[in-house]
Design a protein. Structure first.
Length: 124
């Protein structure tokens, strides 16, 4: 009888413990980002990330991505699968549009060197 109630108590403890871990994530959006990914991101993208943590809605971002070489078809498909729409490609640089979550996923790829927000240039 004691063995059964001890097992039931352990099971109850395990259920409560796992509920605390998985039931309520720390915030609305907390991506797993290691230092190597963070170094690939322009400070303006990191500011967008902070805004999203404060529960602001992120608009689609227009970005410029530098890769470690000319992009092949497999890499292009990987970029599109994470949710980015590729615009122009010129050598080891391409433009894309998509949500911040897709930008963060793309930064994890080994072939991506750097990502920055696109800026409108004004003629003088």
């Amino acid at each position: 009888m004691i063995g059964l109630s001890l097992n039931a108590l352990l099971l109850l403890f395990l259920m409560i413990f796992t509920y605390e871990i998985y039931a309520d994530p720390p915030g609305p959006f907390t991506p797993l980002m290691d230092e190597s990914v963070e170094r690939k991101l322009d400070p303006s993208i990191l500011m967008e990330l902070e805004g999203l943590k404060e529960q602001k809605v992120s608009k689609p971002l227009e970005i410029i991505v530098r890769t470690k070489g000319n992009m092949n078809d497999v890499q292009r498909k990987q970029i599109e699968e994470v949710g980015l729409t590729i615009g122009s490609i010129l050598g080891d640089v391409f433009t894309a549009t998509g949500p911040l979550t897709a930008v963060l996923k793309a930064a994890r790829f080994d072939f991506v060197s750097y990502i920055e927000l696109s800026r409108k240039l004004e003629q003088k």
